[in-house]
Design a protein around this ligand. Structure first.
Ligand SMILES: [Zn+2]
Length: 519
């Protein structure tokens, strides 16, 4: 009897707690947790991680937790479906159902989109390595295999490296938080070695594997006392000069390595204009107006037959027939005008396709294709938007679809065609990337849920046909012609109608979102 009272009290307390403690707004159960260790004295914590999408294994964390970890200022505009976090000196702008995160004026692409679940914005965990650690935000140390994050621990005094190129040569600007001594040698021809005494840097951030002007490559090493930077220098660099220059704006120092092409009378002054700050939500102005004109692009045509199925079905024919059905459905159901990049069996160059859509002033662009692979088992539907390819499969597809270029320009080698990939990345117009990513999500959602074939998800790739378009644009791979079952499906009216209805409904949803998002 004596022990009865404490137990009852404990039970009552428990019951009270269950009702009083506000539960997190997320309806889904956490699947794992991220261990967060703080160097600023805050208590170590486990932050819940969620799987938001059945289609992907990627973990997500709540924007609420992310903001707290990084002491970020939050700006949330539900109408525009945008969340901005000010972390350190940078502004990160997330848009729901989009993979693109705007970092000031740059874009950062994630593998999976930001989601909105039960009142909470969910941020893919990969944002921490790709968005924050890659920019050395808050001195992060992130271990993806152990799901462990150390915030603010390593105090780097060698912060970043940037490159500037002009006709006289190239320079690498290394930002130092304090004035440090250095030593340069170039005993090995073509290799410049710089030791920074007492330097502390994040080697990953300083490792550059593609050429930047006269710098071919950069490798960094960190010892317990000093930092080393190894510059692989182009043969056309005639001389080098290294200087430490105070940066009055920031109170920091710049270690500048000049590489010059020839004998020049003067070494140009370093240009350290302060970074332009962007006002919050500057780009939240709507880029998508009410839809009036939709461009439909049936892939391939003429001598470029595209993929060919085992029983001889040609991609160029499927693409055109579905495109014509889609055009009718859009006119009827949406009352919009439609422009086709081709309406018969002819070869239209990839550049020309973008030009047709641009000069007509199309509001969105839908390119229709069929997939193919060596193994007949490969199957499913996927939607692409223009962005650098992230996976081998995305690279493969971009190469294959860009092969149309070979028909336009028979002298072009496959290698040249595949190099277009890299050129494309430079040319990606960031302006519509967010909208394209969102359109791709909606289109793929509709296709994936209705076609009854495997949902391969949204992909990103450097697709030539989407380049230069001044509107949101996606490319749909409706199914695999190399898969006998799908080859058959692609010839049936029912399956084609499902594709058409899915795309029309997706366009309606896309339009509604932008209509309600306001200006
Ligand atoms: Zn194709």
């Amino acid at each position: 009897m004596r022990s009865g009272l404490p137990i009852m009290l404990a039970v009552t307390a428990l019951l009270l707690l269950t009702f009083v403690v506000p539960s997190r707004s997320i309806a889904i159960e956490p699947e794992s947790s991220l261990g967060v260790v703080y160097a600023d004295g805050r208590a170590t914590e486990d932050v819940p991680l969620y799987r938001v999408d059945e289609s992907t294994k990627e973990y997500y964390l709540s924007a609420y937790d992310l903001a707290r970890i990084f002491r970020a200022t939050k700006f949330w505009r539900p109408g525009a479906r945008k969340l901005a976090l000010r972390i350190g000196q940078r502004r990160y702008l997330f848009t729901i159902d989009t993979r693109v995160v705007m970092v000031d004026e740059e874009t950062c692409l994630l593998h999976v989109p930001v989601r909105y679940v039960e009142g909470d914005v969910m941020i893919p965990l990969v944002f921490i390595p790709l968005g924050l650690a890659a920019r050395d935000e808050g001195g992060l140390d992130y271990d993806s295999s152990r799901l462990l994050l150390v915030v603010g621990s390593p105090r780097y005094n060698v912060e970043s490296i940037t490159f500037l190129n002009d006709e006289s040569g190239s320079k690498a600007v290394i930002s130092l938080t304090e004035e440090l001594l250095y030593h340069v040698d170039s005993e090995t021809p073509g290799l410049l070695r710089i030791k920074i005494y007492g330097g502390k840097l994040n080697p990953r951030k300083f490792t550059i594997s593609e050429p930047r002007g006269l710098f071919n490559r950069v490798r960094a090493e960190q010892t317990s006392h000093d930092s080393y930077l190894f510059f692989d220098v182009s043969g056309s660099a005639r001389r080098f000069r290294v200087n430490v220059e105070p940066d009055r704006e920031s109170g920091k120092y710049n270690l500048v390595i000049y590489l010059e092409k020839g004998e020049l009378p003067e070494i140009p002054d370093a240009d350290f204009s302060p970074r332009r700050m962007v006002e919050i939500f500057e780009e939240s102005e709507r880029k998508v107006g009410p839809l009036k004109l939709v461009a439909i692009d049936p892939g391939h045509g003429g001598i470029d037959r595209g993929k060919i199925g085992a029983s001889g079905v040609m991609e160029k024919d499927v693409n055109l027939q579905v495109a014509l059905m889609l055009a009718d459905a859009l006119r009827e159901r949406l009352g919009v005008d439609v422009i086709l990049t081709r309406s018969e069996d002819v070869l239209v160059p990839l550049d020309k396709r973008a030009e047709i859509a641009n000069s007509a002033g199309a509001d969105i662009f839908i390119s229709l294709h069929c997939n193919g692979w060596f193994h007949p088992e490969a199957n499913g539907v996927e939607t692409f938007f223009l962005a650098p390819a992230r996976t081998e499969d995305e690279v493969r597809l971009a190469n294959e679809e860009n092969l149309s270029l070979k028909y336009e320009n028979p002298s072009m080698s496959s290698r040249e065609v595949s190099e277009i990939q890299f050129i494309l990345w430079d040319m990606v117009q960031n302006e519509y990337i967010s909208e394209s990513s969102e359109l791709a999500e909606i289109v793929q959602q509709e296709l994936g849920s209705r076609l009854g074939i495997r949902n391969r998800g949204v992909k990103q790739a450097g697709l030539k046909v989407l380049k230069g378009l001044k509107m949101p644009a996606v490319l749909v791979e409706m199914g695999f012609l190399s898969n006998p079952e799908e080859e058959h499906l692609l010839t049936t009216y029912e399956f084609r109608m499902k594709v058409v209805n899915a795309i029309v409904d997706a366009i309606i949803k896309f339009q509604e979102r932008y209509a309600t998002a306001g200006g």
